[in-house]
Design a protein around this ligand. Structure first.
Ligand SMILES: NC(=O)c1ccc[n+]([C@@H]2O[C@H](COP(=O)([O-])OP(=O)(O)OC[C@H]3O[C@@H](n4cnc5c(N)ncnc54)[C@H](O)[C@@H]3O)[C@@H](O)[C@H]2O)c1
Length: 325
């Protein structure tokens, strides 16, 4: 049994607390939030001791690992506080708000040597594992990906997501999942270009993010990808389509399904395992129990490269740089 503490008891923090209720090898020993209402709700709902002071939580509960679920600008002092006490760190995506902070966090993790994992849960999907193996010795020429979600249509969603300065908008906060997974499957991105707009929800007052964008990426190995993304869609849809002269495969990340054709043979894979959050937390717990980082599929060091792509995507989508016809 390992002891886990969690900081940031909002949407994602409560999601992880829910998941950990069903994990036999994890005991959650403390939760922390600066917002007393959020903290009270979580500590009451999950019957866990609550703290408004992070350091007090670490000192009093002496956890083996901490799960960090705060917005991306709040990472460095939380990682430092844990890592310098020898406490292993699971850090939600995005790994940081900018590369300066990410490099400082990486330095702390390297110096202290604690285990670390970033919440890119799609890497734990059995459908992704299947796809990675399927294409391991193939050249992918074209990729079509889409992530369609309805965050901009949800009035109760935490408002900081709609503040471009704080969340970075869909291109930074959410598309980083696609950038990370594409890197995991295809390699490193070389160049990007694209367009963004507010096609459904206009920019007003506290809504300063684009609601949709389209991005074209070129990989170092020559693969070309087009990615379409919106926060103004009435459902949830996330797919990556891999294309070449010998295959056409669709990876559906919502359904956990792979379908299509390879060398004219039909491919069909579906997994019953849909709780990717469970799998990523289980990997973190197993890494701590066995003191073995090999369980972790997304280290902080690697996640910094996905952060770099997300930051470049924001630059490429900057509406002030336009080519008119
Ligand atoms: N992997 C996923 O699928 C996924 C999904 C949603 C959110 N996230 C990520 O999780 C993180 C949190 O997002 P969320 O949706 O839970 O946001 P949220 O606003 O619902 O929750 C964040 C919580 O952090 C608390 N907080 C802020 N500063 C703090 C501090 N210094 N100390 C303690 N608590 C502090 C806030 O009071 C709030 O309760 C973000 O990085 C987000 O991108 C990941």
């Amino acid at each position: 049994m390992i002891r886990i503490a969690l900081v940031g008891t909002g949407w994602q923090g409560q999601g992880h607390l829910n998941t950990m209720q069903n994990m036999k090898n994890i005991q959650v020993v403390g939760v922390c939030d600066v917002n007393e209402d959020m903290l009270k709700k979580a500590s009451t709902k999950f019957s866990i001791q609550g703290f408004t002071s992070y350091v007090e939580m670490l000192e009093e509960t002496k956890p083996d690992g901490v799960i960090i679920c705060t917005p991306p600008e709040i990472r460095e002092f939380l990682v430092r506080g844990a890592a310098e006490r020898g406490i292993h760190c699971f850090i939600e995506k995005p790994p940081a708000k900018d590369l300066g902070m990410a490099n400082k966090v990486q330095e702390i993790l390297e110096k202290t040597g604690v285990l670390n994992s970033v919440g890119f849960m799609y890497r734990y999907s059995p459908a992704v594992k299947f796809t990675k193996k399927l294409i391991s010795d193939r050249r992918i020429t074209l990729v079509r990906s889409a992530m369609l979600d309805g965050l901009a249509l949800r009035p109760n969603w935490p408002r900081w997501f709609f503040d471009k300065e704080r969340s970075g908008g869909p291109a930074f906060d959410q598309a980083i999942h696609i950038f990370d997974l594409s890197r995991y499957l295809l390699g490193e991105v070389d160049q990007l270009t694209g367009y963004q707009d507010n096609l459904v929800v206009p920019k007003v007052n506290d809504f300063t993010v684009e609601d949709s964008f389209s991005l074209t990426m070129r990989y170092k190995n020559g693969t070309l990808q087009n990615h379409t993304h919106t926060w103004s869609y009435p459902d949830v849809f996330t797919q990556i389509e891999l294309i070449s002269h010998e295959l056409h495969i669709t990876l559906d990340l919502v359904k956990g399904r792979v379908s299509g054709k390879i060398d004219d043979e039909t491919v069909c894979f579906e997994s019953n395992e849909h709780s990717l959050y469970h799998l990523e937390l289980e990997a973190f717990a197993n890494a701590i129990v066995e003191n073995n980082p090999d369980h972790i599929r997304s280290t902080y060091k690697d996640s910094v490269n996905s952060l770099a792509v997300a930051l470049k995507a924001m630059e490429a989508l900057d509406p002030s740089v336009k080519v008119d016809i």
